[in-house]
Structures are given as structure tokens and as C-alpha cells.
Design a protein around this ligand. Structure first.
Ligand code: 1HE
Length: 266
């Protein structure tokens, strides 16, 4: 599939490709608060499984309208009256999309605003960097709706904030506002304009070598799933491949020749 064909097939997402290889993927159901219906999840699988091969160097995940994402499309879910088997398979499609994000090797930076709730938080937590603005808030309202998380929150949200905070959010409907959300680890940055900052971070990440970014945005997640012994072994193998890549030689030469930027705190 070509990039043009991919873009032409999207209805609930938009995809804008910048000259520097940064993609802007925008959730585009603002009248439904970007709730994730089954069709949107399929579009995410299409986009995120093809991004690397189609040349994406970094991706900003943005949203149209005042809210990032209201989670599972509750109206579709209500109307479909799904069987347990059907809902299990739906969840597996969510996992397919979110795993493609987390393990796909292309940096994904989520530009958050408004509600980042339920499956919307599951989606955000599959990104590698989250940038909140002052109006962003986080919640897992599944508990109060008679539901349970099905898009990976038990893994990714618990990873970000710990299981005690996640259980509290689900049991009590606790809402974390932006600043506290950043403090507990739901987002790494708080910005006046989350999209502008996400774009800056994406452009910065896109300057790294693609193989290095692939390792950062794939290997680290895989290694978290391994024993320490296996992770150390896998890390050595990844470092063997990445740290000897021919494209890195000019960067090393610049350091050796004292022309490369030094690491400074500002
Ligand atoms: C929706 C959805 C939705 C809005 N599914 N249609 N998620 C939730 O429990 C969040 C549910 N949504 C809300 O609490 C609020 O809508 C918001 C705080 C996100 C936004 O409030 P507001 O006042 O701006 O909008 P609204 O008036 O509530 O909704 C506007 C429209 O969006 C309305 O549709 P309309 O056709 O009547 O105009 C809403 O029905 C629609 N809408 N949210 C469907 N979620 C794999 S398991 C994952 C488990 C979960 O994610 S549970 C879902 C948790």
C-alpha cells in the first residue's frame, strides 16, 4: 500500500506528512469526542503497522475538538449488544493497534487535551511520550460504567502510575488534572500548547537515526517483558546492531573531532 492509498482509506483519522518525515495522525471524530469505534481501531492498525515502512521518522498523535479521546464508543457498544466472544475479539484489535504503536519502532508523541479517559488513556499510554496542556484530565471511568479496561490499561497505565493508583482511579472514578497527572507519571510534559510542544519533540526525535529510534521505541518495551538475565542478553544484541551501524560513524567522527555538540544542561 502506498502512502496516498493509506491516506485515501482514512475516514476517522487524518494523516498529514511533513517534509522532515514527521507524521501528524489526528483523531477526527470530534462530535463523538473521538470515541473509539471499531472502524477507528482498524484505521489505527492500518496507519501504525505501515508507518515505519512508509518512511515515518516520528509521529504526533493529535485530536480534533476539545477532547483527546473519550475511550470506547459506548453507543456503538450498547447498540451492538456484543457477545463475550465478540468483545474479546474487539479488544484484541485494540491490542493489535496499540502494540503496533508501542513496539513499532517509530517514536509516537501524544498531544493531549481535555478528556483522556478510559480507552482514551489506554491509547495515550501506548504512545512513547505524552504532552498534556492545562485543560487535560485523566480518568478510568470503566468502573463506574459497569465495565473493565480492555485496551491494555492493566499493563500500560499500571506501568506508568503503579497498580495502587490505577485501582483507585477505577474504584472511585478519581480524576487526575493535568499537573497532578504529570506528577504521578501519566504524562511527561505539561505545556501551554501540547500540539506545538509535541511537534517540537517529534522533530527532535526525527533527527535521530531510524535504527536507533527503532531500538528505543521497540527494544525497551520488549525488554520490560523479559527476565533481567534475558533482557541483558537482548540488550547486548540490540546494542551490537545499533552501535555499529554505518550511519552512526559520521556522528562518532564529529565527537572524536570535537565538532559535535556537548551535553549541557541548557
Ligand atoms: C460518546 C462518547 C463515548 C462522548 N462513546 N459516544 N469513557 C467514558 O466513560 C467517557 C464518556 N464520555 C464523557 O464522559 C463525555 O462525553 C466527555 C467528558 C468525554 C465529553 O463531554 P462533553 O460534554 O464535551 O460531550 P457530551 O455531550 O457528553 O458528548 C458529545 C457527543 O459525544 C455525544 O453524542 P451526540 O450524538 O449525542 O452529540 C456523546 O454521546 C458522544 N460521546 N463520549 C460514544 N465514549 C476496550 S475497553 C475500553 C473501556 C472504555 O473506554 S469505557 C469508556 C469510558
Amino acid at each position: 500500500m502506498t502512502l496516498d492509498q493509506l491516506i485515501a482509506g482514512l475516514a476517522n483519522l487524518t494523516l498529514q506528512v511533513e517534509d522532515d518525515g514527521v507524521w501528524i495522525v489526528t483523531l477526527n471524530r470530534p462530535t463523538k469526542r473521538n470515541a473509539l469505534d471499531a472502524a477507528t481501531v482498524e484505521e489505527m492498525i492500518d496507519v501504525f503497522s505501515r508507518a515505519r515502512i512508509l518512511g515515518a521518522r516520528a509521529i504526533v498523535l493529535a485530536a480534533n475538538g476539545p477532547h483527546f479521546c473519550a475511550g470506547l464508543d459506548l453507543v456503538e457498544h450498547h447498540q451492538a449488544d456484543r457477545s463475550p466472544e465478540q468483545f474479546m475479539h474487539l479488544c484484541l484489535r485494540w491490542h493489535e493497534a496499540f502494540n503496533k504503536m508501542e513496539y513499532g519502532g517509530v517514536p509516537i508523541i501524544a498531544a493531549l487535551k481535555g478528556a483522556v479517559v478510559g480507552g482514551g488513556l489506554e491509547l495515550a499510554s501506548a504512545a512513547h511520550i505524552r504532552v498534556a496542556d492545562a485543560g487535560t484530565y485523566f480518568a478510568l471511568p470503566e468502573g463506574t460504567r459497569g465495565l473493565f479496561t480492555g485496551g491494555g490499561a492493566t499493563i500500560r497505565v499500571a506501568d506508568l502510575i503503579g497498580k495502587a493508583r490505577m485501582i483507585d482511579m477505577m474504584l472511585t472514578g478519581r480524576v487526575y488534572k493535568a499537573e497532578e497527572g504529570v506528577t504521578v507519571g501519566l504524562a511527561q510534559y505539561l505545556a501551554e500548547d501540547s500540539l506545538e510542544m509535541a511537534m517540537r519533540l517529534a522533530r527532535r526525535a526525527a533527527e535521530n537515526l531510524p535504527l536507533t529510534n527503532f531500538a528505543i521505541c521497540s527494544a525497551i518495551s520488549h525488554m520490560q517483558n523479559m527476565s533481567a538475565l534475558d533482557a541483558a542478553y537482548a540488550e547486548s544484541v540490540v546494542a551490537g546492531v545499533v552501535n555499529t551501524q554505518p550511519d552512526a560513524r559520521s556522528r562518532l567522527a564529529a565527537f572524536a573531532g570535537k565538532t559535535a555538540a556537548r551535553v549541557r544542561p541548557d
